[in-house]
Design a protein around this ligand. Structure first.
Ligand code: ADP
Ligand code: MG
Length: 575
């Protein structure tokens, strides 16, 4: 992405705040004008008061000074506050935009983007970007005007001297250009390290139990230390260049002042100039050099911001792999059947996971899918709500290809209990009501009862209002699974997908949940992936999946009689 493109896109983001920015800039220009006026006052101070001993000016000048500082203070406040406000608005907008964008992405996006990386994009990159926009870019504009006004004062005072300083000062541009590229490169590496650190943090904090169980504290500590050390050396490198800039610029400024003292002094001694003019000139020049020095500091911020913008825009440019068609229709209420037609599916890396799946599930049927792990059961069920897109063939619901309907209308008709139980850091009540925040207390209780979760929830310290800790740490695996079942029950969707929904339950509660699920399954079309084959013995039809192929199907008894894959699986578990 070129700088020009980045600026163009940033402008789009800032556009809603244009008016505030213009006011801020006008205030900035006033600040710059007042700064120039301050420098100009030095001339009157010296010539009229100290040399001419003019009493009138002595009375006037303190008053003028106070007024100028006062007015400058007001406009300064206006512009800094407005800038801060616009900057923070941009941060807010960007974060919301990235967040929404991320949640439009398909499963494959999340497989390829580690959580920590995404978090650092939303949190730290966006901040870098804002700093570049509001502090740096706008600072440059302010400084530009300040320099212009001060130069007017300088030329007005003594144009010959002004010309001389113009020979020396451009040297200041060299370090600015030279360091700019370095800063940008360093910033990119720095942010990569920040993302790595977020990833380690995320992994080890959510996986703290595994770290403990494998006594890997030291190992993770070292891993973290290495990352932090990488970040440290990059930051120090950055600091090295940043810190050298200031003395370098001072030196160049000192050179300029030395030259001015020499030629200006000659002028005053020969009577071509007054001391007041000379000092006002020097004050203005020093004041004008201040922003030039500032550019070097601001430059590193701008470079960091541009690098951050590149990363942020890269995420925003990722099109969701699976999107609604332009003329997608609403999926009508499901009443007939779901059909998998010559379906093939491969993941991105090219390995084919499902091969030539042909399956028709009439409404109301509960179909069980069994097979060794890695057979493709989860993948098959992820295709139904379009978490993944079929590679070849199609899935039809009531004869309509699921690619022709809106994802919202499709997913509204599907309830899922996933293999990994995901609960949010919220109350038990809100977790159950996740699919319908307006659900009545009664409905929530009923769902909990049906999932055989009601009793243990009531026994929690705050009952249904108990907060679930990070990933539901305060509940047992079986309890968490029952809450997620209650959540699916409450959604009351015609199509139900249970992916090893009872795998974390002990035999006792499994039997209970089994009863609940049987109630649930009754009027629904259900895909049950079962880990324990005893739980699906009664299913009307069992599909045996092996290496992505349907190798057998039938009832429990007919499959046992076949003495094939199913019998093998069954014997492994129960003999
Ligand atoms: N995101 C992914 N990218 C690439 N391969 C995957 C991905 N997810 C699963 N697989 C592979 O697809 C196959 C089927 O996985 P899965 O559907 O989870 O099996 P099951 O649920 O039957 O245990 C496995 O070989 C697995 O390694
Ligand atoms: Mg699975």
């Amino acid at each position: 992405m070129t700088n020009k493109e980045i600026f163009k896109r940033l402008y789009q983001v800032i556009r809603p705040y244009q008016f505030k920015l213009i006011i801020a800039m006008l205030s900035m220009i006033c600040v710059a004008g007042f700064t120039a006026a301050q420098a100009y006052l030095v001339k009157d101070l010296l010539d009229k008061i100290f040399i001419d001993k003019n009493l009138f000016y002595l009375k006037l000048l303190p008053f003028v000074v106070v007024v100028i500082f006062f007015l400058k203070g007001i406009v300064y406040y206006i512009y800094t506050f407005l800038l801060e406000q616009v900057g923070q608005s941009v941060i807010r907008d960007f974060r919301v935009k990235i967040f929404n964008h991320i949640h439009e992405q398909s499963l494959t996006f999340f497989n390829s983007m580690p959580t920590g990386t995404l978090m650092s994009r939303i949190i730290s990159d966006v901040t870098l970007l804002q700093q570049a926009v509001s502090n740096a870019l706008v600072g440059v504009v302010r400084d530009f005007f300040q320099v212009i006004f001060l130069l007017v004062v300088v030329f007005y005072m003594n144009w010959q001297l002004a010309m001389i300083s113009f020979v020396v000062l451009p040297m200041a541009a060299l370090p600015i250009v030279k360091f700019g590229r370095l800063f940008r490169k360093l910033s990119t590496s720095t942010q990569e390290e920040v993302a790595n650190i977020s990833n380690i943090l995320h992994e080890t904090i959510t996986g703290h139990r595994i770290v403990k169980a494998f006594t890997k504290e030291q190992y993770e500590g070292n891993r973290f230390f290495n990352q932090v050390r990488n970040l440290f050396s990059l930051t120090i490198k950055d600091a090295k260049y940043r810190c050298i800039q200031h003395p370098l610029m001072e030196l160049i400024g000192g050179l300029a002042i030395a030259v001015i003292i020499w030629f200006g002094g000659i002028g005053v001694i020969h009577g071509n100039s007054t001391p007041g003019t000379f000092f006002a000139f020097l004050t203005a020049l020093i004041a004008a050099y201040e922003p030039v020095k500032g550019v070097t500091r601001v430059n590193s911020t701008i470079q960091q911001g541009l690098a951050a913008a590149t990363r942020v825009f890269a995420i925003l440019d990722m099109k969701p792999e699976i999107q609604d068609k332009e003329n997608a229709i609403q999926l009508p209420a499901f009443t007939t059947d779901i059909e998998f037609k010559q379906l093939n599916f491969s993941y991105k890396d090219g390995t084919q996971v499902l091969k030539n799946i042909n399956l028709k599930v009439p409404v109301g049927e509960a179909i069980a899918i069994v097979g060794p792990s890695g057979a493709g059961k989860t993948t098959l069920t992820n295709l139904i709500p379009r978490f993944l897109e079929v590679t070849e063939g199609s899935i039809l619901i009531g004869g309509i290809d699921i690619r022709d309907v809106t994802m919202k209308s499709l997913r509204d008709q599907i309830a899922m209990v996933t293999q990994q139980t995901i609960l949010f850091n919220d109350t038990v009540r809100n977790n159950i009501a996740y699919g319908d925040h307006a659900a009545s207390e009664d409905a929530i209780f009923q769902a909990a009862r049906a999932a055989h979760a009601y009793d243990f929830i009531q026994a929690l310290p705050d009952g249904f209002d108990t907060l679930i800790g990070e990933s539901g740490a305060r509940l047992s695996g079986g309890q968490r699974q029952r809450i997620s079942i209650a959540r699916a029950i409450l959604k009351d969707a015609p199509i139900l997908i249970l992916d090893e929904a009872t795998s974390s339950l002990d035999t006792e509660s499994e039997r209970e949940v089994q009863k609940a699920l049987e109630n649930l399954i009754k009027d629904r079309t259900t895909f049950v992936i079962a880990h324990r084959l005893s739980t699906i013995k009664n299913a009307a039809r069992i599909i045996v999946l092996k290496d992505g192929v349907i190798v057998e199907q039938g009832t429990h008894d007919s499959l046992i009689a076949q003495e094939g894959e199913y019998e093998l699986l069954y014997n492994m578990q129960y003999k």
